[in-house]
Design a protein around this ligand. Structure first.
Ligand code: B4P
Length: 185
């Protein structure tokens, strides 16, 4: 199983991602977690990423693709993985497809979390992470709509997109995702 979790900031990719990993035993790559670990370590990448993340922007594609190549390269794609928060731009998605085509292990399924902006604002203000204040969240939603939402039609055109309503009880949402993944794979 090679899957991508797609959705606006705060749509629940991290929350459901943990459940998918526990249940399906796939490897998990979260570019957001990698970046937060770099920030915590105070590395040069972390110092650069922190400014961008705190302002609600996206870390440049070259940096993210470097991280993704390294992490995916350490895995056996045939054993399955779940990407959470990556790809987030069209160039990232195209580069990912090329990377996986090289090893003849294309993505199976892209799960899109459908959650409206009002719910996202409420959740992220409650989460209280460094990048979770009202202005930053608005910027992140705009960045999502400009740079990440085009991936929806990109993956729909490939016939790989599955949409899941991401509002309601966390366990019920997971059961829906489980059904979607079992059907798709
Ligand atoms: P991410 O780490 O990917 O985080 P996120 O989009 O903010 O949140 P996620 O969707 O995982 O939501 P969560 O489960 O936590 O990105 C952080 C930053 O890193 C980006 O802004 C960007 O700057 C940078 N970055 C990462 N990847 C990048 C890339 N590929 N390219 C460029 N830059 C990149 O849920 C949110 C909250 O909602 C939680 O508090 C949770 O408890 C709650 N929640 C979840 N499900 C719920 C439900 N059903 N009901 C109520 N609350 C719920």
């Amino acid at each position: 199983m090679r899957i991508v979790l797609l959705g606006a900031p705060g749509s629940g990719k991290g929350t459901q991602g943990e459940k998918i990993v526990d249940s399906f035993g796939v490897a998990h790559i979260s570019t957001g977690d990698v970046l937060r670990a770099e920030v915590a370590a105070g590395s040069p990448l972390g110092i650069q990423a922190k400014q961008i993340m705190d302002a609600g922007g996206l870390v440049p594609d070259e940096i993210i693709l470097g991280i993704a190549r390294e992490r995916i390269g350490q895995l056996d794609p045939a054993k399955g993985f779940m990407l959470d928060g990556f790809p987030r731009t069209l160039p990232q998605a195209v580069a990912l497809d090329a990377m996986l085509d090289e090893v003849d292990q294309p993505l199976d399924c892209i799960v899109l979390f459908d959650v409206d902006d009002k719910e996202i604002m409420t959740r992220l203000l409650a989460r209280k992470r460094a990048d979770d204040n009202e202005d930053t969240i608005r910027t992140r939603l705009q960045v999502y709509s400009d740079q990440t939402a085009p991936l929806i039609s990109y993956y729909r055109d490939q016939g790989k997109l599955r949409v899941v309503k991401g509002v309601g009880d966390v366990d019920e949402i997971f059961e829906t995702i489980r059904g979607v993944l079992e059907d798709a794979i």
